[in-house]
Design a protein around this ligand. Structure first.
Ligand SMILES: Cc1ncc(COP(=O)(O)O)c(C=O)c1O
Length: 453
């Protein structure tokens, strides 16, 4: 207890130490190795009986943990789809920890109202229908889970089964998807519908885009009263977009729930050149988007939107006398998985206020230009082959000379410490992906990546 009291007494000094270290990490991250590829581990030591206090512990962090960090906030971490962190979002996250609000039920603070405002700002940023409401989650996987649980409730109610109360029982549900992200399979497993409930819809030739004519056939012949269609707005490798206008029409005609996974693809709506990719998205019953990707707010943060907030509430809400604190605002615990919840809205609120609609438009269009520059370089190179045209922010390629050994090439590239790229698979061909989604990336970084390649 004394150690904690002492630390609180010296909190100004301790905060300054951390702030200075963090500032210098952020400023120098582009001069350090982009990834710690040497499998770093913390010291193999037992939990101490007596603590060191925060200042000495911070010294241990600098000595033993800091050398093992990745430069994922920096400009040349192009693995997976990894957002950076804007300065305002980072400061917002520091504040979130310092004030440690629990955004479970309203009634004790402004935090629920702020999250609702942030959801409304995001709806407006993406120019989505006013009917969408939602909640912040821990990421796109959790948003996809909420999408599947709400869709499952819809499919159950069609069959007079309240799945949240009665269980899935005899409900018959068929799920249709062409190129779902791996997280979709994961959450369908959690939902109790079972991964085998997915009927695979063929893709258009040479693309990850759903063949809507095939979807129409499958929906027409489906015997299941409950139907769920999962569309992609930006697949993780090819960045392909399903035809959401046609898909919406089919879903309406067959009384199917339409869930759109737009974890990063939703951001294409910010740039006029790409806006038509998501035409029809306003027909979706639910949408997944990520905050920790292209919004460049810290982990973890996802966004879930639905036109059916009461169905979401029926899916998630339980009552308990100790939680009945306020009925002025919805309880956000009734719209998601967790009861106690972090004040995730604050970093978003800070970043949207600090940089506005235009700041985010610039960020997205710059990243797309950078991806297209890299794709141009690759298509002209004799050492690499572009596997599919770059459509948004991801470049998919492979070495042309060592076709079988993509992994070895990737290891060599990443061990330079100048860039971090991750693997993928393009129609059975192992490939390398470079995904641009960090506000700090500049054209000079693309030049560095080309020189490494
Ligand atoms: C299309 C898509 N959906 C879902 C996810 C899962 O996102 P998260 O890791 O934030 O849960 C990703 C991650 O790359 C994605 O690209």
């Amino acid at each position: 207890m004394t150690l904690m009291v002492d630390d609180l007494d010296r909190i100004e000094h301790l905060s300054t130490l951390i702030a200075e270290w963090s500032a210098s990490f952020l400023k120098q991250v582009d001069q350090q190795s982009v990834a710690a590829t040497n499998h770093p581990r913390p010291l193999d030591e037992p939990l101490a009986a007596d603590g060191l206090g925060a200042e000495e512990t911070f010294a241990e962090f600098k000595k033993h943990l800091a050398p093992g960090l990745s430069g994922s906030v920096g400009p040349r971490y192009l693995g997976f789809v990894t957002g950076g962190v804007t300065p305002a979002a980072m400061l917002g996250d520091w504040l979130t920890a310092a004030i440690d609000q629990n955004v479970m039920v309203a009634g004790d603070s402004i935090s629920t109202a702020v999250e609702l405002q942030v959801i409304e700002w995001l709806r407006s940023l993406f120019e989505l229908d006013a009917a969408y409401e939602g909640v912040l989650t821990s990421g796109a996987t959790t948003s996809n889970l909420l999408g599947m649980l709400t869709a499952r409730q819809f499919a159950g109610e069609i069959q007079d089964i309240d799945i949240a109360s009665e269980g899935i029982g005899k409900a018959e549900i068929e799920i249709f998807s062409a190129c779902p992200h791996a997280s979709i399979r994961k959450v369908i497993g959690f939902s109790g519908m079972g991964r085998n409930a997915i009927t695979e819809v063929p893709c258009l030739p040479g693309s990850e885009e759903m063949d809507v004519a095939a979807l129409e056939q499958l929906l027409t012949h489906s015997q299941a009263p409950g139907k769920i269609v999962i569309a992609s707005a930006g697949t993780v490798t090819g960045t392909d977009f399903d035809d959401l206008t046609q898909t919406t029409l089919l879903c309406k005609a067959h009384n199917a729930w339409l869930h759109v996974d737009a974890a990063f693809g939703l951001f294409s709506r910010l740039v006029p050149k790409y806006k038509s990719l998501t035409n029809g998205i306003n027909g979706a019953d639910s949408i997944t988007c990520d905050g920790h990707k292209w919004l460049n707010v810290p982990y973890d943060c996802g966004i879930f939107l639905t036109k059916h907030p009461t169905l979401l509430q029926r899916t998630c809400s339980v009552s308990a006398p100790y939680l009945a604190v306020s009925d002025e605002l919805p309880s956000l615990m009734d719209r998601g998985i967790e009861n106690s919840r972090r004040f995730r809205a604050l970093p978003i609120w800070m970043s949207l206020k600090a940089y506005g609609r235009q700041g985010y438009r610039d960020l997205v269009s710059r990243n797309c230009e950078q991806a297209s520059l890299l794709a141009d370089w690759i298509s002209k190179s004799s050492s690499y082959e572009l596997l599919t045209p770059c459509k948004l922010n991801v470049v998919v390629f492979r070495p042309s000379e060592s076709k079988s050994d993509v992994q070895q090439k990737l290891t060599e590239i990443n061990q330079t410490g100048l860039v971090y790229l991750t693997p993928g698979n393009w129609f059975g061909t192992p490939c390398i992906r470079a995904a641009f989604s960090n506000w700090r990336t500049e054209k000079a970084d693309v030049d560095i990546v080309c020189s490494v390649l």
